[in-house]
Design a protein around this ligand. Structure first.
Ligand code: TRP
Length: 333
C-alpha cells in the first residue's frame, strides 16, 4: 500500500465547508486504499501568536472533528504533530540543507510576510515549509493530498529530499503532491469568485461545520446570488448559483445536471432552502459526534496517543537513518 501523509492546522474553532470538501473528504477516501498518516499540525500553528488556552482547545477540536468527519483511528494513523518530536529534529536537518534564497521564494511566505512587515514576521514563518517537508519525509510518504496552494511546498520537499539522497545516500522517498482536480471547489457565499477561506474579511460567507444549524441556514439564505432567475451552472455569469449548486451536489451526491432539472422553474428562494437543508442534515451528526468526543477528553487523548505511538515508530526509524547518513555519532546504548 502506498503511504499518504497530510496535515491541517488547528487555527480555527471549526473547520469550514471548504476544508471538508477540498481536503478532509479526500483524506477519508484515501484511508481505505492507502497507509494514511494525518496530523494536526499544532507546531505550524505557532507561527501565529495564539492564546495558549485557545490553541489547546482548537487542537482538540480539530482532532475530534477529523474523527467525526470520518477518519477512523483504526484505519489511519491520526496524531498531533507536537507529540512526535522527530518532526523538529528532522526539520533542523533539512534547514541545514535548504538555501536561504530557495526558502525566500516561497510565495506563501512572501505574501504573509509582506502583509505584516519584516519586524512582525517570525522566523518560524520562514522555516514553515521546511518543517512541512520534515512532516512528510519522516513518514516516507509517497503522496501528499493537499490543495493547489501547497504545491510549491511539496516541490520544495522533493528538492530537499533529492538533495539529501544524492549527497548522503538513498534515505528519503520523494513524495508527490496529490492534488485532486475533481475536488469540489467551494467559494465564499458572499464573494462567490473567491475561495471559501478562514481568512475572509467577513465570516458571513463561510460555513463553519460546527456552527448551529440556524446560523448556517441564515448564511445560505443570505448568499449572494446573480441576476436572472434560472438555477443553472455557469461559473462565469452566475458564480453565486454555481457555488450553491456545487455545494448541494458535493453533499447530496446528485449531479449538477440532475439538480438543474430538479430546480427548473423554481426560484432562488426554494433552491437556497434546499441547499440549507442538505448542508445542515449533513453536518448535524458531525457536530454531535464532535461534541461527544470532546466531552470525554481523556478518551480522545487516548485515541491520539495510539496514533502518536504508531507515528513515532516510523518517525524514529527515519530519523535514525538520517542521522547515521549524516555522520552524527549515535549515543552508546
Ligand atoms: N501547510 C499546510 C496547509 O496550510 C499544512 C501542513 C503542514 C501540511 N504540514 C503538512 C500539509 C504536511 C501536508 C503535509 O494546508
Amino acid at each position: 500500500m502506498k503511504r499518504v501523509l497530510s496535515g491541517i492546522q488547528p487555527t480555527a474553532e471549526s473547520f469550514h465547508l471548504g476544508n471538508y470538501l477540498g481536503a478532509v473528504r479526500q483524506w477519508v477516501e484515501l484511508q481505505k486504499t492507502h497507509d494514511a498518516f494525518y496530523c494536526v499540525v499544532d507546531l505550524h500553528a505557532l507561527t501565529v501568536e495564539t492564546e495558549p488556552a485557545v490553541l489547546r482547545r482548537r487542537t482538540l477540536v480539530a482532532a475530534a472533528q477529523l474523527i467525526a468527519l470520518g477518519l477512523d483511528p483504526d484505519k489511519c494513523t491520526l496524531f498531533i504533530q507536537s507529540h512526535v518530536p522527530e518532526h523538529n529534529q528532522l526539520g533542523w536537518v533539512l534547514e541545514c540543507l535548504a538555501g536561504f534564497g530557495e526558502a525566500s521564494r516561497m510565495t506563501q511566505f512572501k505574501d504573509k510576510s509582506q502583509k505584516s512587515g519584516a519586524d512582525r514576521t517570525v522566523v518560524g514563518l520562514f522555516t514553515y515549509p521546511i518543517l512541512q517537508a520534515a512532516d512528510i519525509m519522516l513518514y516516507q510518504a509517497n503522496l501528499v493530498p493537499v490543495g493547489e496552494d501547497q504545491r510549491q511546498h511539496i516541490e520544495l520537499t522533493r528538492d530537499l529530499g533529492q538533495r539529501f539522497n544524492s549527497r548522503y545516500g538513498q534515505t528519503f522517498v520523494i513524495p508527490e503532491a496529490y492534488i485532486l482536480k475533481s475536488a469540489a471547489k467551494i467559494n465564499d457565499l458572499q464573494d462567490p469568485t473567491a475561495k471559501m477561506s478562514k481568512s475572509a474579511a467577513s465570516n458571513a460567507g463561510v460555513i463553519d461545520i460546527l456552527d448551529a444549524a440556524d446560523i448556517n441556514v441564515k448564511k445560505i439564505k443570505s448568499a449572494v446570488t446573480d441576476t436572472g432567475k434560472e438555477i443553472v451552472f455557469d461559473e462565469k455569469n452566475k458564480p453565486g448559483i454555481s457555488n450553491l449548486l456545487s455545494i448541494h451536489s458535493a453533499l447530496s451526491g446528485n449531479s449538477i445536471k440532475d439538480l438543474e432539472n430538479q430546480f427548473a422553474g423554481k426560484g432562488y428562494g426554494d433552491f437556497k432552502s434546499a441547499v440549507a437543508e442538505v448542508v445542515t442534515d449533513f453536518f448535524a451528526p458531525v457536530r454531535q459526534k464532535t461534541q461527544e468526543l470532546l466531552a470525554d477528553e481523556a478518551a480522545l487523548l487516548q485515541l491520539l496517543a495510539v496514533g502518536s505511538q504508531k507515528a513515532r515508530d516510523v518517525a524514529a526509524k527515519t530519523l535514525a537513518q538520517t542521522y547515521s547518513a549524516l555522520g552524527l555519532v549515535p549515543p552508546k546504548l
